[in-house]
Write a protein that binds this ligand. Structure first.
Ligand code: IMP
Length: 200
């Protein structure tokens, strides 16, 4: 069994769908200490969360950090995605800010990507990590009612729509988190690694 360190219950469904077939039971741990996501990279934040949560829960713990990157904006919002428009984090305000910044810079539908870094910590060690990314571009007029965050303005060309216009299953099939989780699942097929995470 693995604990998912996240205050977002939607993540559990996705993790279960991908790790379940490997025989890994995932349980969400919502009683978690606040971890300041002050790292310069998604990886730093994911590792820190996994280590703090594993120590707090005294059990192997999976944590992730994700966000939107617009290279033409110098990588913004990047690791600041959740609180781009300030505290407290507000999806609508964050989305408006990225559109404002794109307009200020005179950009038109700039390329962007969602990125996700996942880490599993056991005791004081990060034992496995995986990353995923999905490419798209930012459109000016929001479209779609699914998803969250920046989905309504993230146009995914292979799907010919925004990620807010995809069903949850369609989004999992292409999303940064889906890609990272499937990469993680591949690594977890290694029996030695599995034994560290789920000692018998
Ligand atoms: P966290 O990894 O849950 O901390 O998410 C960070 C922030 O990145 C979220 O609050 C969203 O603003 C953004 N984000 C991460 N993944 C997605 C996604 O799949 N769609 C839209 N926005 C996302």
């Amino acid at each position: 069994m693995i604990l998912i360190g996240s205050k977002n219950p939607h993540k559990l469904h996705e993790v279960r769908e991908i790790l379940g077939p490997l025989g890994i039971r995932a349980v969400i741990a919502v009683d978690l200490p606040d971890v300041e996501e002050a790292g310069a990279t998604f990886g730093e934040n994911a590792r820190k969360k996994a280590l703090v949560f594993a120590s707090y829960l005294r059990a192997p713990c999976l944590a992730d950090d994700s966000g939107l990157v617009v290279p033409a904006l110098g990588g913004e919002p990047g690791v600041h995605s959740a609180r781009y428009a300030g505290e407290p984090g507000d999806d609508a305000a964050n989305l408006q800010k990225v559109l404002d910044r794109i307009r200020e810079e005179g950009l038109s539908e700039p390329e962007a990507y969602f990125f996700c870094h996942i880490a599993i910590a056991v005791g004081d060690d990060v034992v496995v990590e995986a990353e995923g990314r999905v490419e798209g571009r930012i459109i000016a007029a929001p479209r779609g009612d699914h998803g969250f965050g920046y989905d309504p303005v993230f146009f995914h060309a292979p799907s010919s729509c925004t990620t807010a216009e995809l069903s949850p299953e369609q989004k999992n099939a292409i999303s940064h988190r889906g890609v990272a989780l499937r990469a993680l699942a591949k690594k977890l097929a290694d029996p030695e690694l599995r034994a560290r995470i789920e000692p018998t």
